[in-house]
Write a protein that binds this ligand. Structure first.
Ligand SMILES: Cc1ncc(COP(=O)(O)O)c(C=O)c1O
Length: 405
């Protein structure tokens, strides 16, 4: 029968003795455990949905980035199967050689149409898109000015580039302007549009103006905003009306779009240059056809179903309001990512464990994903979370966070 989930393994993995050359790992893992920073390995059964089975327990699921509910949608699953039937299970080669197929080409055109850019390039992941693009666009002698809370893939791309990197405090445009005044061959200003951990939104209009005034490239990573914001659903760059000033637009197909893969979109010369310099595109096997076909279906659906993003954002606003009224600390969150700030990792882990016992999967986010002392519970809302479910979640969060104080 098609789409039958695989059986959950019942045998314990074999325990090998730790080789002497790796004995240092034992100390590292002990130190992580002592600091409450060990990450459990959870096993999900079945598709992403409003409730999921984790380690055999059904839980309300606010621990995925499936914002529009497309990750488990039968229409995407069918598109993936058709894609695999047409082009095989694997792309078989880098896009530069023979990996780039008709499905990839159509997907790139759809991404460019959604973002209203000349062209787009599809990467195996959003992580690859950021690292490869930053390293291609900046090098020794150049300056990258980056928000302190940018995603790890931006941080790693900055490191890979070997450009000078200057970090400005979160969303501080004046500080970014001061840093951009440093001498450099070329300047690149980079920001997430919706910050993945604290749910804040970058001041895109001001950053766009700054980039224009200083002649800097502006790279905006829309990983969490694509599909959710903007009247076309292309993201916050569209919503802020700064499409012409944002010269490099990065995003992912793995969150609201419901599949996997990353993209960069912009002027045709930018895309042409990246085809010759973006190493994760040149030296990594192209996106599997099934994932590309599912992403294409997700993009078509988000254009046809604007009610999903509208309802998601309306419910997110009401949800944040209720938590704030109850005295929970949400910082300046203003989107479908709702952090509840807790502070120390142990406390965040304890509350997350109690919520799990009560039937809710709300991940505890700890350093290095967030700065020391600002561990949080991260609620990622989805179109699939209806009002009844959000009521239950609100009550549970208020009760468990307040009682743990
Ligand atoms: C802001 C941001 N950029 C990029 C990525 C990477 O995207 P992907 O999961 O497609 O590799 C993520 C993933 O969490 C992200 O949060």
């Amino acid at each position: 029968m098609p789409c039958q989930p695989p059986a959950v393994p019942t045998t314990e993995p074999r325990q090998q003795p730790l080789p002497a050359s790796l004995s240092w790992l034992a100390d590292e893992l002990t130190a992580l455990a002592a600091a409450d920073l060990l990450r459990p390995r959870r096993l999900r059964a079945g598709r992403q949905a409003a409730t999921v089975s984790l380690d055999g327990t059904p839980l309300v699921n606010v621990g995925a980035n499936d914002y529009l509910g497309y990750a488990g949608d039968p229409r995407l699953v069918k598109a993936a199967a058709k894609g695999a039937c047409a082009e095989g299970a694997g792309a078989g080669a880098s896009p530069l050689v023979s990996g780039h197929s008709a499905i990839h080409d159509a997907l790139a055109a759809s991404v460019a149409a959604l973002l209203a850019t000349d062209d787009a390039l599809i990467f195996p992941s959003g992580y690859a898109a950021n690292t490869a693009t930053l390293a291609a666009l900046a090098g020794p002698g150049d300056l990258i000015v980056s928000d302190a809370r940018n995603h790890a893939s931006i941080i790693d791309g900055c490191r890979l580039s070997r450009a000078a990197v200057a970090i400005y405090p979160h969303r501080d445009v004046a500080a970014a302007a001061a840093l951009l005044a440093r001498p450099a061959r070329r300047r690149l200003l980079v920001t997430d549009s919706l910050f993945s951990m604290d749910g804040t939104i970058a001041p895109l209009a001001e950053l766009a103006q700054l980039a224009t005034e200083t002649g800097s490239m502006l790279l905006v990573d829309e990983a969490h905003a694509t599909g959710v914001f903007g009247s076309r659903g292309s993201g916050l760059v569209e919503a802020a009306g700064v499409e012409t000033a944002v010269t490099v637009r990065v995003g992912t197909l793995s969150k609201a779009v419901g599949s996997a893969g990353g993209f960069v979109a912009g002027h045709r010369s930018l895309v042409e240059f990246l085809r010759h310099r973006a190493r994760a595109w040149m030296f990594s096997t192209a996106h599997p056809p099934a994932a590309a076909a599912a992403a294409q279906c997700g993009i078509d659906l988000l254009a046809a179903e604007p009610f999903r993003r509208q309802l998601l954002l309306e419910r997110a606003t009401a949800f944040r309001q209720r938590l704030r009224q109850a005295g929970l600390a949400l910082g300046e969150a203003e989107a479908q990512i709702v952090p509840v700030f807790i502070g120390e990792p142990r406390r965040a882990v304890t509350i997350a464990a109690r919520l799990m016992q009560a039937g809710f999967f709300v991940p505890a986010i700890r350093p290095p994903s967030v700065p020391e002392g600002s561990s949080l519970l991260r609620v990622s809302l989805s179109y699939l979370h209806d009002e009844a479910l959000l009521d239950q979640l609100t009550t549970a969060l208020i009760s468990h966070v307040s009682h743990a104080s």
